[in-house]
Design a protein around this ligand. Sequence first.
Ligand SMILES: [Zn+2]
Length: 168
Amino acid sequence: MSSDAWTAERKYEEPRAHAVRERYLGLFSGPELPVPVEAIAGDLLGLRIEEFRDIDCSGMLLPKVRRIVLNAHERATGRDDPPLRRFRFTVAHEIGHWVCHCLSGRAPKLEPSYCRAVDLTDAADRTLEREANVFAAELLMPEPAVRPSSWVSSGVTKRHERPCRRAR
Ligand SMILES: [Zn+2]
């Protein structure tokens, strides 16, 4: 498949996700897969990851304290089983908020992101959540490593798992 076809096949493109991953690998090296998403958050971006049981969403980004909070209940209920690895996706999603919205100045007040995408009503919020999902999918799936044509034709590239469902 040509690179043009690959691009056309993909609905979204988020170069910042690839830039972040490549910057991490350039600084810290190590294997490309699985993408070391927790180390990218912690070592590269200085975001601390914590888990709590009593939160009503999959994940939160607390920009002012540079913290990602994950819903420990989802791990306990098996939603973190492979191959979904919801926690990894949620971490990548919150990194997306940090890179695309906080560092870029699009979230100038650095308000927390409470990530549960299914019932958002504000159009701007939906846009931000969608961007964070795209960022996460592309961060976790480096293009050269996951590019076989059979994978593309299976439609996997079109489905981005949403991390933001309610915990219950
Ligand atoms: Zn979100």
